[in-house]
Structures are given as structure tokens and as C-alpha cells.
Design a protein around this ligand. Structure first.
Ligand SMILES: Nc1ncnc2c1ncn2[C@@H]1O[C@H](COP(=O)(O)OP(=O)(O)OP(=O)(O)O)[C@@H](O)[C@H]1O
Ligand SMILES: [Mg+2]
Length: 453
């Protein structure tokens, strides 16, 4: 793809001499006589870099700059300012100009600045591209996961996002129920309307009704004005009922009514109100069991459970861990302005072997603290928290020690991984040490989720 440079000036002879200065470059050169023509050219061509004179009649350089900064992706602008107008140059930088040079233009200097601007644009393009590739390949609106289970979830979510059906999301704490609910909303035709979450477990019964349905003035002590609740506020959008298993029976009845009739009444009200909402619910309990135990209404359960997602715990899809780790390391390195270039194989193996009872939330928090404390450009096993690193090098060789209170599966899994690592991944030797057949080892790796399968 050729790189396009647009030169903007209100004087023809300046345009000509600047264009001449780039005649031997490999860029495709375009010129615009004045700001108005420049904006037209920007709209019609995929321009990467603009050289623009600041002072022009009518549409001036600042306006061209603002236009460039507002494009997606933004176009880089090199501003040409008159000698001695440093304030306007600074202002241009503030508005997002890539750089500026002063008149009289030193063409050599300009060439260097322009080349830098192109490099900057290439990098930006590449980043945008990589980001969209990662999203397309592995994720859904920032949700990461390359295992078959997660891919199926993303695919189903994309499909049903368009519809209006009620959705139930189940999964242990920290598996991404919140994130999935939002992703579905933002991929739905309702995206421009509100997504309103309500945390059912955090509210006492009396308050919950008013939070959900709103109340009329004077409905109860303290109701000094009429107030909209979730179902009023989320009109047109999505209502997210988190911890749905915690809503009291009385509210369950009212919720059922809304789902069936799309109508509700404010607390203390007499008028039925219409609402157009999609309901997404989430719970970290098994709702079917709650029904069996008599804690949750069966009819409501069936109403909610039209489409359901069960996000598997992280320990059952360990093949996703390396990708998540990389994404979180990048995120927190950027946030903390640290240059972390790599994470060692052993460190990654420990992170993959750990059983993550708090799922992705725990992994994310763990990576954040690792990045904050990291000193060098590499993350190695020595900076991992102790509970994640069961192996220790002593004079007698490698010792395996696991903290108490873990499941047999978790310990077995770590032991297998450590053994594999000690023989550099040689499965035949690992199975010899472990006293199991190669086939059994293969099956265990798959069952424990170490291997994608
Ligand atoms: N697939 C994923 N990719 C990237 N980040 C994720 C993914 N799933 C979850 N996260 C992150 O993990 C954290 C926990 O996710 P979230 O709040 O959605 O979990 P949850 O299931 O709603 O937990 P809880 O039951 O405790 O409310 C968030 O910071 C979220 O951004
Ligand atoms: Mg949540």
C-alpha cells in the first residue's frame, strides 16, 4: 500500500516548492490550495500524513488539524508555522499535531519529520489491526478466550445479541458474567440505550422493589418525590439483574409479571407502565438447584432461562490462561508505564497450573500486582506469589510443595506440569517418572484442561 502525503498551503509557489522537495520520495504526493480543498481531499483519499501551513485565509491550519485529529484513524499533521509564533505552534501540538516546523522551511528537516510521522502512522495502523485481529480471532468485545468452550459462547452471544430474548448467565464468581452481559448489550440494536445493572444481593427487600420498579411520591416514608426504577430507566435498553438468586419471593412474582406483560407499576402507584427492555440475569449459584430446594420460583426460572450461558471456571479451560496473561500484562504494563517485554515459560507454566478459585478476576488482580512489582523487562517465576509457585529449588534438587487446602486435581495437575517441565516437555520421560502410560498422561493433560481439546 502506498503511503499518501497531502501538502496544504494557500500559496501556489509554496505548494510547488514543498512538493518538489518530496519528488524523489516514495510517497504518493497530493496538494491542496487552502484549507477547504484540503478537507475535501482528506475525505476522499486515505491520507496518512499532512503538511499544513498554519496561517491561511478562511479555513486555516488549526481547522484542518482538528479535522485530521477527528478522523478514524487520526491523520498525522506536521504544521508549518511562521518564525516567532511559538505560541501557535504549542497550541497546534496541544490540539494533536504530530510536530511543527518553522518557516523558512528547511526541506531536509521537514523530510525527517515527515518520515517520522509516517512511521508513527504505520505503528498506529498496526496496533489497530492487531487489536482487531485479536478481538476477531479470540474474543468478543474485549472478552478473551480461544478454547472451544469460549468460542462457542462468543458465537452464541453474537447471534442472540440481535434478539430480545431474556438471557440467564451462570458461572462461578469472576468468570466474566458481567462482561458477557455488557458485551451482549453493546452488540445489540439496544446499544445506544442504557445498560443498567442492579445488584440484587446488596439490597434489602423494601428498597429492592423501589429500585426495580421506582416509586410514587409518598409511597413510603422518605419517598419525597416520584422516582424511576430500573425498569423505567432502562427503557429501550438492557436491564442486568445480577445475583438473581437473591431476590425475595415477593419480588420474584412481580418480576415474572413484567416479563410476561412488559408492564409494571411503581411502588405506591396505580397505573400500569409500559416498558421495552431486554433482561439479562446472572448468578453464581445453580439456579435449577435453587428451584429444587424451593428457594426460587419455578415459573420465573423458566421465564429467565430462555437462553442460558454457563461460563466454565478458568481451571477447566487452562488453555486460555497464556492469552489472558499476555493481555493483562500488556494492559497493566501500559497503565504503569513499564516496559515488560516477555514472560518466561516457567512463569507462564506456573500461572497455567494454578487452580484460580477466583477465576479471571483473581488472575487479573494477580497480574496487576506482578506487573507493579516487576523490576526488569522480563517476568520470571521468582516474582510470582508463593501460592502460585509450588516448586522450589534446593540443594537437593527441585522440591515440590503445595499449600494445604487444595483439591487433589489441582495438586495432581501441578505435579504433572512440574514433572513435564523438569524433562523439558518430553512426555515419554515424564510418564516414566510418573509411573503412568503415555496415553494416560495424554488423557490427564486433556481432562485437566492443560491441553485444548
Ligand atoms: N474472557 C475474559 N477476558 C478478559 N477479561 C475478562 C474475561 N472474563 C472476565 N474478565 C475480567 O475479569 C474480571 C471479573 O469479571 P466479571 O466481573 O465479569 O465476573 P463475574 O462473573 O460477574 O463475577 P461475580 O460473580 O463476582 O460478579 C473483570 O475485570 C473482567 O473484566
Ligand atoms: Mg458480576
Amino acid at each position: 500500500m502506498s503511503r499518501k502525503l497531502l501538502i496544504v498551503d494557500d500559496q501556489e509557489e509554496n505548494l510547488r516548492s514543498l512538493a518538489l522537495g518530496f519528488s524523489r520520495s516514495e510517497y504518493e504526493i497530493m496538494t491542496a490550495l487552502g484549507g477547504r480543498l484540503a478537507i475535501g481531499a482528506l475525505k476522499e483519499n486515505d491520507i496518512d500524513v499532512v503538511i499544513c501551513d498554519l496561517k491561511m485565509p478562511e479555513v486555516d491550519g488549526m481547522e484542518v488539524l482538528r479535522h485530521c485529529a477527528g478522523m478514524t484513524p487520526p491523520v498525522a499533521v506536521v504544521m508549518v508555522t511562521a518564525f516567532g509564533t511559538i505560541e501557535s505552534a504549542v497550541e497546534a501540538l496541544k490540539e494533536g499535531a504530530f510536530d511543527y516546523i518553522t518557516k523558512p522551511v528547511n526541506i531536509k528537516e521537514l523530510r525527517i519529520v515527515v518520515e517520522k510521522a509516517f512511521e508513527h502512522q504505520d505503528l498506529r495502523r498496526e496496533n489497530i489491526y492487531l487489536h482487531s485481529q485479536i478481538n476477531r480471532k479470540y474474543g468478543f468485545e474485549g472478552m478473551i478466550g480461544e478454547t472451544a468452550e469460549m468460542q462457542r459462547i462468543f458465537e452464541k452471544a453474537r447471534l442472540i445479541a440481535k434478539s430480545k430474548t431474556t438471557i440467564l448467565i451462570q458461572g462461578e464468581s469472576g468468570t466474566g458474567k458481567d462482561l458477557l452481559a455488557r458485551a451482549i448489550h453493546y452488540n445489540s440494536p439496544r446499544a445506544k440505550y442504557p445498560f443498567i445493572p442492579i445488584h440484587c444481593a446488596a439490597l434489602p427487600e423494601t428498597l429492592m422493589e423501589s429500585e426495580l420498579f421506582g416509586h410514587e411520591k409518598g409511597a413510603f416514608t422518605g419517598a419525597i418525590a416520584q422516582k424511576d426504577g430500573l425498569f423505567g430507566l432502562a427503557n429501550g435498553g438492557t436491564a442486568f439483574l445480577d445475583e438473581i438468586s437473591e431476590i425475595p419471593t415477593a419480588v420474584q412474582v412481580k418480576l415474572l409479571r413484567i416479563l410476561e406483560t412488559k408492564e409494571f407499576m411503581r411502588v405506591g402507584g396505580v397505573k400500569s407502565l409500559q416498558t421495552d427492555i431486554r433482561v439479562i440475569c446472572a448468578t453464581n449459584k445453580n439456579l435449577a438447584e435453587e428451584v429444587e430446594e424451593g428457594r426460587f420460583r419455578e415459573d420465573l426460572f423458566y421465564r429467565l432461562n430462555v437462553i442460558s450461558f454457563t461460563i466454565p471456571p478458568l481451571r477447566n479451560r487452562r488453555a486460555d490462561i497464556p492469552l489472558l496473561v499476555k493481555a493483562f500484562v500488556d494492559e497493566f504494563a501500559r497503565e504503569n508505564k513499564k516496559e515488560i517485554k516477555s514472560i518466561t515459560k516457567r512463569a507462564l507454566a506456573h500461572l497455567t497450573a494454578y487452580h484460580w478459585p477466583g477465576n479471571i478476576r483473581e488472575l487479573r488482580n494477580c497480574i496487576e500486582s506482578i506487573v507493579v512489582f516487576a523490576l526488569g523487562a522480563e517476568i520470571d517465576e521468582d516474582i510470582l506469589p508463593d501460592h502460585i509457585r509450588p516448586i522450589e529449588k534446593t540443594e537437593a534438587g527441585y522440591m515440590f510443595n503445595a499449600p494445604m487446602g487444595q483439591t487433589l486435581d489441582a495438586v495432581e495437575m501441578k505435579y504433572i506440569q512440574e514433572t513435564l517441565m523438569s524433562v523439558e516437555g518430553n512426555r515419554t520421560r515424564a510418564s516414566e517418572i510418573l509411573g503412568i502410560s503415555r496415553r494416560t498422561l495424554q488423557r490427564k493433560l486433556k481432562d485437566l484442561g492443560i491441553e485444548n481439546g
